[in-house]
Design a protein around this ligand. Structure first.
Ligand SMILES: Nc1ncnc2c1ncn2[C@@H]1O[C@H](COP(=O)(O)OP(=O)(O)OP(=O)(O)O)[C@@H](O)[C@H]1O
Ligand SMILES: [Mg+2]
Length: 323
C-alpha cells in the first residue's frame, strides 16, 4: 500500500482579519475597519490546505468544537482534498479556537482564543494513521499544550516506523521557549523557524550563533526571513536562498505557505536548498492575497505564478494541469 505524503496533528481554527484599524485602539470608541475577511487560520491547517492544494496527500488529525466555526474550518480542508476523517468534535462544549488579526502598516496584532486548540492530546491520535504517512509535521507547539504529554514517545515511535518529522514552533506566548521543546528537538529532521524564533529556541542573540548551537541537534534547519528569503543550515553548510520579488498584500500564513512549498519539494526528492527555493515561491505566492489560503485556490493565476517562478515539477493537483 503506498503511503500518504504528510500527516499533520494540529490546530484548526478560523482567522478573522480586520484591515485598516488604527494602530492605537482607544477604549469605549467604535473603531471601523476598512476591510474584513474570514478565512482558514492556524498554522497547521493552513499548511495542510496548501500542501493538498499543491497535490500532496494529507491526513489531518485535530479537534474542533461542535459549532459552526469548527464546521467551516473543516470544510476548508475537505474542499482542498485533505483527509479530515481524524478530526474530532469536542463533546464537552468547548468552542473552536479563533484568531483575530489586525494588520497595521508596521506589523500586526494577533489575538487568539485557543478553545479546542489546547485540548488535542496524544491519546486522541490514531498512531497507525499517522504512521501511514511518509512525513509528520507539527506546528504551533506552544499553543498545543495538550499535545505535550507523550509527544516525545509518539515521535520516537513514528521515527522507528520510518516517518520523517518537521517542526515549526511559531511563537511561544509564554516567552519561555523550553519544556517539551528540549525533548522534541533531537527527534526532529527539519526545523522551520523564522529569524526571531531560531534565536529564541537557541537562546542566542544572532541567527548565526543560534544556527551554530542548533545544528548539532537538528540535521536540517531552514530559517524563514520574510522579504529576504530563507537560510538553509544543512548540517555544516549554510546557504542563503534568494527571495521572489512580489507586491505583498499581507504576510498572514506566509510562513506556513513556505513550509508547504518546502515540504512538497523535499518529499519529491529535491535538495534542501532547492526545496527552500520552492518554499520562497509558495511563501511569496501567499503574500499576493489576503489570509493564508486564498492564493492557493486552484486558479489559472496561481498556476501561472508557480510556472513563472519554475516551481518544481511536483505532482500538482490534476485539475490544475489542464490550465
Ligand atoms: N514581502 C515578501 N516578499 C517575498 N517573499 C516573502 C515576503 N514575505 C514573506 N515571504 C516569503 O514567505 C516566507 C515566510 O515568511 P516569514 O518569514 O514572514 O515567516 P513567518 O514569520 O514564519 O510567518 P508566519 O507569520 O506565517 O508564521 C519567507 O521566507 C519568504 O519566502
Ligand atoms: Mg511562522
Amino acid at each position: 500500500m503506498s503511503r500518504v505524503d504528510v500527516a499533520i496533528a494540529g490546530e484548526l481554527n478560523l482567522d478573522l482579519i480586520l484591515y485598516g484599524l488604527p494602530q492605537e485602539l482607544p477604549l469605549e470608541k467604535e473603531l471601523l475597519a476598512s476591510r474584513f475577511i474570514m478565512t482558514l487560520g492556524s498554522s497547521s491547517a493552513i499548511l495542510a490546505h496548501n500542501l493538498a492544494s499543491l497535490g500532496l496527500g494529507v491526513i489531518f488529525a485535530g479537534q474542533v468544537g461542535a459549532d459552526s466555526f469548527g464546521k467551516i474550518a473543516v470544510e476548508y480542508l475537505r474542499s482542498a482534498g485533505v483527509d479530515v476523517s481524524r478530526v474530532v468534535e469536542n463533546g464537552d462544549g468547548i468552542p473552536t479556537g479563533v484568531t483575530v488579526v489586525l494588520p497595521h502598516d508596521s506589523g500586526r496584532r494577533i489575538l487568539t482564543y485557543p478553545g479546542t486548540i489546547e485540548l488535542l492530546a496524544v491519546s486522541d491520535l490514531d498512531i497507525d494513521a499517522l504512521a501511514s504517512a511518509r512525513h509528520l509535521h507539527l506546528s504551533s507547539l506552544f499553543l498545543q499544550t495538550g499535545l505535550h504529554r507523550g509527544l516525545p514517545d509518539l515521535l520516537t515511535t513514528l521515527k522507528s516506523r520510518g516517518v520523517t518529522i518537521s517542526l515549526d514552533t511559531n511563537d511561544d506566548p509564554s516567552g519561555h521557549w523550553d519544556g517539551v521543546l528540549t525533548e522534541v528537538l533531537p527527534l526532529i529532521d527539519i526545523l522551520l523557524p523564522n529569524r526571531e524564533e531560531v534565536c529564541r529556541i537557541a537562546g542566542r542573540d544572532t541567527v548565526a550563533e543560534a544556527l551554530k548551537v542548533l545544528s548539532s541537534k537538528v540535521p536540517l534547519i531552514v530559517v524563514k526571513c520574510g522579504a529576504d528569503g530563507a537560510l538553509v543550515q544543512n548540517r555544516g553548510n549554510l546557504t542563503s536562498v534568494l527571495p521572489i520579488l512580489v507586491d505583498a498584500v499581507d504576510s498572514i500564513g506566509a510562513g506556513d505557505s513556505f513550509n508547504a512549498g518546502f515540504l512538497a519539494a523535499w518529499l519529491h526528492g529535491q535538495s534542501p536548498e532547492e526545496s527552500a527555493r520552492a518554499g520562497n515561491i509558495t511563501g511569496a505566492l501567499s503574500t499576493t492575497q489576503a489570509g493564508g489560503v486564498q492564493a492557493f485556490l486552484r486558479t489559472p493565476e496561481r498556476d501561472a505564478f508557480l510556472n513563472r517562478h519554475h516551481f518544481p515539477e511536483i505532482r500538482l493537483a490534476a485539475e490544475t494541469l489542464q490550465t
